[in-house]
Design a binder for this molecule. Structure first.
Ligand SMILES: Nc1ncnc2c1ncn2[C@@H]1O[C@H](COP(=O)(O)OP(=O)(O)O)[C@@H](O)[C@H]1O
Ligand SMILES: O=C(O)C1=C[C@@H](OP(=O)(O)O)[C@@H](O)[C@H](O)C1
Ligand SMILES: [Mg+2]
Length: 180
């Protein structure tokens, strides 16, 4: 078992679909002994249906309401790692909750990598389009300023395996004051 890092506070991951928030978040939680949450999984647990089904039946706006409610609840917890959904930064109240209650990590990747990492997953309704590359590009243009606004750390994930990423991330996190 690798050495456990003992660090205070919450860590919140933001970034586009396929950046690795869920995957890196889970590994970071394991390494730090924090409890892992994923806002999409929490929404699915509360509703009993997949994200894609919520988009289909209720539409994106209602999904965003559910997402805000989950983020507000989870951000108030202690000693957690939370992987948010890629659109969580769209609402100012979500950005406020995240930056107030934890260290926010923006995971970046090239459009090529984002595309490769998401192309086989049907549970990302925004990418079920004729041109997912153009969609990712436009989401990046819209959201990159919001991710940067909320982030305490920006990490490039392209060509980095998850374990290496987590150990580099921990080096950076040691230099940032905890937010609890
Ligand atoms: N650094 C990485 N290198 C290679 N593949 C990755 C990396 N991070 C995540 N992945 C893979 O990309 C896919 C999407 O990752 P995921 O964690 O679901 O992203 P997000 O939650 O940001 O949408 C998964 O199949 C995951 O295994
Ligand atoms: O970028 C977005 O708006 C979304 C990202 C997804 O999460 P991941 O970023 O974990 O794929 C999920 O919340 C939903 O499909 C909407
Ligand atoms: Mg995810």
């Amino acid at each position: 078992m690798p050495a456990m890092e003992n660090m205070a506070g919450n860590f919140f991951l933001v970034g586009l679909m396929g950046a690795g928030k869920t995957t890196v978040g889970r590994a970071l939680a394991r390494k730090t002994g924090k409890t892992f949450y994923d806002s999409d999984h929490e929404i699915e647990a509360r509703t009993g249906v997949r994200v894609a089904t919520i988009f289909e039946i209720e539409g994106e706006l209602r999904f965003r309401d559910r997402e805000s409610s989950v983020i507000a609840d989870l951000a108030k917890m202690n000693n957690i790692v939370l992987a948010t959904g890629g659109g969580a930064v769209l609402r100012p109240e979500n950005r406020a909750e995240l930056s107030r209650h934890g260290v926010v990590i923006y995971l970046r990747a090239s459009i090529d990598d984002l595309l490769a990492r998401t192309m086989h997953d049907k549970n990302r309704p925004l990418l079920q389009t004729a041109d997912p590359r153009a969609k990712l590009q436009s989401l990046l243009e819209q959201r990159d300023p919001l991710y940067r606004e909320v982030a305490d750390i920006v990490v490039d994930t392209s060509q980095q395996n998850v374990n290496l990423l987590v150990s580099r991330l921990l080096d950076q996190l040691h230099n940032i004051p905890a937010k609890t």
